[in-house]
Design a protein around this ligand. Structure first.
Ligand code: NI
Length: 138
């Protein structure tokens, strides 16, 4: 049987606080640009992440990738780093990077890409709310 390419998905959920703002802007400028997400005292989101790994089925196992291994990678790179954290204050990744959905999805992609063999394609989608979500690579 010819090798089939299949996409394997793993969902991850984490809770984190953030504030969107620029240090060089006034509170009013930040509120005008970032709305509620500029709230000076931070606020939380229940983030949901879909990790999509695409590759060929390994005929010896029937797997594309061992999902237990994928879970371990997302636990280490996403959960341990960001779950129940304040992204602005606790996470060096966002010390000088506004923690928008766009920036978070690119940061998480880079962390996961380093851990997932280059023979696989990787795409991730980050839900900040049910209605607002981000995908990378686009
Ligand atoms: Ni927000």
């Amino acid at each position: 049987m010819k090798n089939h390419r299949v996409a394997v998905f793993r969902k991850v959920t984490f809770n984190a606080a953030h504030r969107l703002y620029r240090k060089d802007w006034t509170n009013e400028q930040n509120k005008n640009c970032f709305g509620l997400c500029a709230n000076e005292n931070y606020h939380g989101h229940n983030y949901r992440l879909d990790v999509k790994v695409t590759g060929e089925i390994d005929p010896s196992t029937g797997y594309v990738i061992d999902i237990a291994e994928l879970k371990m990678i997302t636990d280490e790179e996403v959960m341990e780093r960001f779950d129940h954290r304040n992204l602005n204050l606790d996470c060096p990744e966002f010390k000088d990077l506004n923690p928008t959905g766009e920036n978070i999805v690119v940061v998480i992609y880079s962390l996961l890409r380093k851990r997932i063999d280059s023979k696989y394609d990787l795409q991730i989608r980050l839900y900040e709310t049910d209605r607002n979500y981000f995908e990378y690579p686009a």
